[in-house]
Design a protein around this ligand. Structure first.
Ligand code: GUN
Length: 297
């Protein structure tokens, strides 16, 4: 009789909700420490117009700030606000020493130039990490404010792979300024070998097959399936796509979760994976902004 030992493959579903909760709890205790020393962390959230999705995002941000003990201030403006009026408002928030973080909810109405607005935010208050000084700082591997979603993705990767990501081959699908590009820079800072693929890349599937880590951030429902993946890859799905099935709308990621699951060592679900990390890291960034503005505490 021979004994055959089969390697157990038990893919891990990364619980973004639970990990986001531990990030929020870390932030909460840091907030208490700062408050006890006389600095009350404060985040200003600016919303222009009535975009329903943006209103939901802003409400969630304000609620999470309250949970961790960060004071939040909401500045709401009509959709016809001029760019100059918005820039003046940002100048006021920059000058106010009691405000540590400034977030301007995107998208902005079309009469307002987004780049001009984001560049006006003081880099040390730029909790989105979108200011060119922070983008440049990240690309040089300096300790600056970095975009919330990709920073949250690094935390999810470390939860599965441990703190040392060095030498792993990471493929990032998508090259947006909000996710793809900063994700690549953060992975490079972790000493990964990084490949970015995008709409003009031939053979995306074959490139992904080389990857220890796949980060999908393209906005194409179920694009990545098992045939894209090397055995035991770790997959982070940043996509949030609304699709119709059986006359109902459903949220799915850029990864075909059911198909990919047997192939991977770990994968994020949608919803409940990357999503909750974005707000958690906005809170963490607000605290990082406090640190940058009060280095002596
Ligand atoms: N709108 C959609 N995503 C984001 C984000 O990460 N930051 C801001 N400010 N607005 C957004």
């Amino acid at each position: 009789m021979s004994l055959v030992l089969l390697k157990q493959h038990s893919p891990k579903i990364i619980d973004g909700k639970a990990i986001a909760q531990s990030v929020l709890d870390e932030v909460k205790s840091d907030v208490e420490r700062y408050t006890a020393q006389g600095v009350e962390p404060c985040l200003a959230v600016v919303l222009v117009g009535e975009d329903p999705a943006s209103q939901v995002y802003v409400r969630n941000k304000v609620q999470k700030a309250a949970y961790v003990g960060i004071r939040s201030l909401e500045f709401r403006f009509d959709a016809d606000l001029s760019e100059d009026e918005l820039l003046t408002q940002i100048d006021r928030l920059n000058a106010d020493g009691s405000i540590h973080g400034i977030l301007v909810q995107l998208p902005l109405p079309k009469q307002i130039n987004e780049t001009r607005v984001l560049e006006r935010i003081h880099p040390q208050k730029d909790v989105d990490g979108f200011h060119s000084e922070n983008v440049g700082g990240l690309s040089q591997g300096r300790d600056v404010l970095t975009p919330c979603t990709p920073t949250g993705c690094i935390r999810l990767l470390k939860d599965s792979l441990g703190d040392d990501l060095s030498g792993l081959h990471a493929v990032v699908i998508g090259r947006s300024n909000i996710v793809g590009k900063p994700m690549a820079a953060l992975l490079l800072k972790e000493s990964c070998t990084v490949t970015v693929v995008h709409s003009k890349t031939p053979n995306i599937e074959q490139v992904c097959q080389q990857a220890d880590i796949v980060v999908a951030a393209v906005g194409k429902a179920n694009m990545v399936n098992a045939s894209y993946l090397k055995a035991d890859a770790v997959v982070i799905d940043v996509g949030i796509n609304r699709i119709m099935t059986h006359e109902k709308t459903r949220l799915v990621g850029d990864v075909d979760f059911e198909d990919a699951l047997p192939m991977v060592s770990a994968i994020t679900p949608v919803p409940g994976g990357v999503g909750p990390m974005t707000i958690a890291y906005l809170m963490k960034n607000t605290l990082q902004a406090v640190r940058l503005q009060h280095p002596q505490i």
